[in-house]
Write a protein that binds this ligand. Sequence first.
Ligand code: DER
Length: 235
Amino acid sequence: LTQDDLKRIAAYKAVEFVESGMVIGLGTGSTAKHAVDRISELLREGKLRDIIGIPTSTTTHEQAVSLGIPLSDLDSHPIVDLSIDGADEVDPSLNLVKGRGGSLLREKMIEGASKKFVVIVDESKLVKYIGGSRLAVPVEVVPFCCDFTRGKLEELFREAGCTAKLRMKSGGETAAVTDNGNYVVDLYLERDMGDLEAASEAILRLPGVVEHGMFLGIATTLIVAGKSGVTVRDR
Ligand code: DER
């Protein structure tokens, strides 16, 4: 089984929670992509009807349009029945890091408005603590004086051995830009930040910060696909 097989297994398992008539938050990334594909397959087969998708990124919006999934937005549907999305890290308390694909703001808005948020991962995403994968915790920041904000973020987590870097376009000399026209500062941590709620508040207090990629207490269900099979666990 390849890692992509595991992602697809987790995604298909999550789509079993989808019922006809639901408003569904459609996640972003290589795992969520399988869930969107599966929903469109069940719609085509007539096994699902009257689904309305709320895409968490322009990439997912384009995928869903090409698959003929009816779409809407949070303005029309402020309460979402079910969201399905991947994660970059999952800790034992179901706290997540998301946003390595840059979609964290719309994901957090939609998944935060969902009655149920099912996270789908392959087992490589499980960590002992947030930041533990040595990959980044993303923070969406306004472009104005983004290096000032970057410096403030780095200062905040000096104790945790933080290095903050402005995310650049792949191979480019210019900063990556999110769907919302903002930049992303990636926090690379060497140690556990400890109290995540306090860390979250400290980040959000910085005036140049829009949102961060730690999803604390938002996921309701975790589906993990591993070599020994797939598990489903409620919070
Ligand atoms: O960027 C994101 O938030 C993605 O959902 C990410 O968290 C998971 O992406 P992956 O399924 O491609 O690993």
